[in-house]
Design a protein around this ligand. Structure first.
Ligand SMILES: Nc1nc2c(ncn2[C@@H]2O[C@H](COP(=O)(O)OP(=O)(O)O)[C@@H](O)[C@H]2O)c(=O)[nH]1
Ligand SMILES: [Mg+2]
Length: 434
């Protein structure tokens, strides 16, 4: 059971209680403790957290006009937000950023994500590869830099990090944001400290961020403190927070270590990076909708899929734009995280899987249509065409008919809303395949 699920169960239990007395509160905080501890949140943090809730619920006089359940839920929310640390608003300005961390924490991926983040906000970006300990580091960053469409500097055989930084800074001097990816080790040790000091002295970064994998749980706090004592961090980026389940342990431990979380990585794709917002994170855990990020993500995906405004009008939908929108939707993120952002975190897995499978299937069916068929849905009624498309896409005729019927339903639905401009605008953002 992930943290969010545990917390939501505890709250559901509280809602189910007919009277909120000492016993109900005790049971509720026990559930909270179980959920938090099994997500590797430090036990002392958990105990003081639940004690504050108990004290407030039992000793304080509850304010008028609010149900005890709402009052306690809100308190859980606020206490969790505090426990998960402060939010971060990155300054969109020229700067140098150094990324450090142990092997496999996600430094190189994060370097490219950050590059894209600043580039998307109008700043030119250059990436320097300063990982001299792993042979493939150069190619990895070079490829990712291409995908993010940012400049790259590295020298394959060069082992001298000072020289790399000096040449990189010179080569990329016209770039507003320069990000340096460094080499990791299995742990912070004297050798790594020495190498990072060399890079640091030459690079003179404005920001030094430690990249940590959320899977390590509360150890993240120790790691952050250790790197901070060696090279004085300005922030910590926590990666692999895909979905909303895990990560409470790592985030709370980093927050408690007095270093601050700046960004979180939520997937392997280059757009899966967000400035850290503890309210948003806790909101997702508790199953509160996060529509703002969803809309942003959808807009971004629509932009990168090159969907034109007239195509976004779904009352003129063709299979072609339907397909484009389906693909854009897949770029928004996995279904689970989309539904999570909509506040529907506990959707049964088989429903989720059906959704994912259907999206994939529709993609392959539409790609098996001819150009004419994609642009004129009336064509795809003849049996011979349906049979051909099913064969070409490795699906069944039933699948093809199902797609057509979903497509038609959506079109009808869209026409219904055609006169309501605002609603239409919003629906066209959300519609594909859902
Ligand atoms: N699911 C997921 N995978 C990630 C994330 N960040 C990095 N990874 C993956 O973690 C692995 C190691 O990442 P890499 O950037 O090479 O780590 P480095 O050794 O610190 O440079 C790669 O397979 C990445 O795709 C993330 O936020 N979510
Ligand atoms: Mg790397």
């Amino acid at each position: 059971m992930d943290l969010g699920e545990g917390l939501r169960k505890a709250i559901a239990r509280l809602s189910g209680a007919t009277i909120i007395d000492a016993k109900a509160i005790k049971e509720f905080t026990k559930e909270l403790q179980k959920a938090l501890i099994s997500s590797d949140v430090d036990i002392n943090l958990v105990l003081s957290f639940t004690k504050r809730i108990e004290d407030a619920a039992l000793k304080e006089k509850l304010p008028q006009g609010i149900t005890p359940k709402d009052y306690i839920t809100n308190m859980v929310y606020e206490e969790l937000v505090k426990m998960m640390g402060e939010s971060y608003a990155p300054e969109i300005a020229p700067k140098r950023i150094l990324l450090v961390g142990i092997y496999g924490s996600g430094k190189t991926t994060t370097a490219a994500k950050l590059a894209k983040f600043y580039q998307d906000r109008g700043l030119s970006v250059g990436l320097i590869c300063c990982d001299v300990s792993r042979p493939a580091a150069f190619e990895q960053l070079e490829t990712l830099a291409k995908q993010s469409n940012v400049s790259f500097f590295g020298r394959k055989e060069e082992k001298d990090v000072k020289k790399l930084v000096r040449e990189g800074l010179n080569e990329l001097k016209s770039r507003k944001v320069i990000i340096c990816d460094s080499g990791g080790r299995n742990a912070m040790d004297a050798e790594l400290a020495k190498e990072l000091k060399l890079i640091n002295d030459e690079f003179r970064p404005d920001e030094k961020m430690l990249v940590i994998n959320a899977d390590i749980g509360q150890v993240a706090g120790k790691q952050a403190a250790e790197f901070d004592s060696r090279i004085k961090l300005t922030g910590v980026i926590v990666t692999k927070l895909d979905g909303s389940g895990k990560g409470g342990g790592a985030l709370s431990a980093v927050a408690a270590s007095k270093t601050r979380i700046t960004f979180i990585g939520t997937g392997e794709k280059l757009n899966a990076l967000e400035p850290y917002d503890s309210k948003k994170f806790v909101g997702r855990l508790l199953g509160m909708p996060d529509l703002e990020s969803l809309v942003l993500k959808v807009q971004e995906a629509v932009k990168s899929a090159n969907i034109k405004e007239e195509e976004a009008d779904i009352s003129n939908l063709s299979f072609d734009t339907f397909y484009k929108q389906l693909k854009a939707m897949q770029n928004v993120g996995p279904m689970k995280s989309i539904l999570g952002m909509m506040g529907m975190a506990d959707v049964p897995k088989d429903v989720l899987d059906t959704g994912e499978t259907k999206l994939k299937k529709y993609g392959s069916i539409i790609s098996s249509m001819t150009k004419e068929e994609r642009n004129s849905d009336r064509l795809v009624k003849e049996h011979s065409r349906i049979a051909r498309i099913a064969k070409g896409s490795g699906t069944t005729e039933k699948d093809v008919r199902e797609l057509i019927s979903d497509f038609n339903r959506m079109k009808k639905f869209a026409t219904m809303f055609k006169n309501n401009r605002d609603l239409k605008k919003n629906m066209s953002k959300f519609m594909p395949g859902m």
